[in-house]
Design a protein around this ligand. Structure first.
Ligand code: LMR
Length: 346
């Protein structure tokens, strides 16, 4: 008798919350903390950067808010610093369903959707706001559709900011100073071309290998955002840093599409609403963190810092113009013409 009663209680304990959740009558009314991992919705989120970078902090906030708002039913487990999957591994892990969400740098998606390298074009954007407008417009929609062909569902974009250049050999003030330097890049033919046209040597390396390879002297320099440069301590191995803001680095936040489609509608809604709130927060955070990091670098006097003059910026931008023709030749002008700098002229 007692055992039967226990079973009935257990049955109600587990089924009522889930039934209510599915029927949408009352969302997440119970405390799911008491349930095992099998009974919660576990979403594994893998990324390769440090915890205190914009992506690292946003991933944590996304997890915290979803847990709170679902009373613990949705558990986003965040694996930072490439501890679960490294740069070159996370896309495959997502396709296999070993993780459910990742936020790779957009350049790393060029292997799947090559035209996404429009984001890599130097001086394609002059502010993060321009990036967001571009992404929320026609170009972003087209790219999101293309990503679906690879079973990827893009929730939106997170920023890391604009890239700066560091190296160990000489100050980079003019683009000519890059001649003969070997520079680490992310996998993207536009990034490779960006250095090749200047007579520099692009070298592709995974993010998690950069520090070690810099130590070994495998290349002279690299381009990255300030939060990535400092959080991974690259600047301790480099002597010169140029604040060039020449290129954008950001992330598409991607779910495995099959996994996404398997979710209940109210779960999808909660994830989407929470994501959008976190995205706004992440965008502001990125601006602040990059500003603070620049101040810290200015104060630490640990690397020789160069700012481009307004004249230099114009010259740099002009010098990169052939890259736009190169892009159009390979991928057409469908996306390029949506860039704010061209749109405002039409
Ligand atoms: C890089 O490889 O330099 C970046 O993509 C790392 C990141 O995810 O910000």
């Amino acid at each position: 008798m007692k055992r039967g009663f226990g079973i009935i209680i257990l049955f109600f304990l587990f089924t009522i919350p889930l039934t209510l959740l599915v029927s949408g009558q009352s969302k997440y009314p119970f405390d799911y903390e008491q349930l095992s991992e099998d009974e919660r919705l576990v979403i594994r989120f893998s990324h390769v950067v440090g915890e205190d970078t914009p992506k690292g902090m946003a991933a944590r906030k996304f997890a915290e808010l979803l847990k709170e708002r679902s009373n613990g039913y949705i558990e986003v487990q965040v694996f930072s610093n490439g501890t679960l999957y490294k740069d070159g591994e996370e896309m495959n892990a997502l396709s296999r369903g070993d993780v459910q969400v990742i936020a790779p740098a957009i350049s790393k998606l060029t292997e799947y959707v090559p035209e996404i390298s429009v984001y890599d074009l130097p001086y394609a954007f002059h502010s993060l706001e321009e990036v967001h407008t571009f992404t929320e417009g026609v170009a972003g929609q087209k790219l999101t559709e293309r990503l679906r062909e690879f079973n990827l569902y893009a929730l939106g974009i997170w920023d890391s900011g604009f890239k700066q250049m560091s190296n160990r050999l000489r100050p980079i003030q003019k683009l000519e100073d890059l001649k003969n330097l070997s520079m680490r890049i992310m996998p993207s033919d536009i990034l490779a071309e960006q250095f090749s046209i200047l007579g520099a040597y692009p070298k592709e390396y995974d993010f998690n290998a950069v520090f070690h390879e810099l130590q070994k002297g495998s290349f002279d320099g690299q381009e990255n955002t300030l939060t990535n440069i400092t959080s991974k301590n690259f600047y301790s191995l480099q002597d010169y840093l140029t604040i060039s803001n020449h290129g954008y680095l950001g992330y598409f936040v991607l779910f495995n599409l099959d996994f996404w489609n398997s979710l209940d509608e109210d779960v999808k809604q909660l994830i989407t609403d929470t994501y959008l709130e976190v995205q706004e927060w992440e965008w502001e955070l990125t601006e602040k963190l990059n500003e603070n990091t620049l101040q810290e670098i200015e104060q630490c006097q640990c690397i020789e810092l160069h700012h481009l003059s307004d004249e230099d910026k114009i010259l740099w931008e002009e010098k990169f113009e052939p890259l736009y023709d190169y892009y159009i030749e390979k991928y057409g002008d469908e996306l390029i013409k949506e860039l704010p700098k061209f749109k405002s002229k039409t």
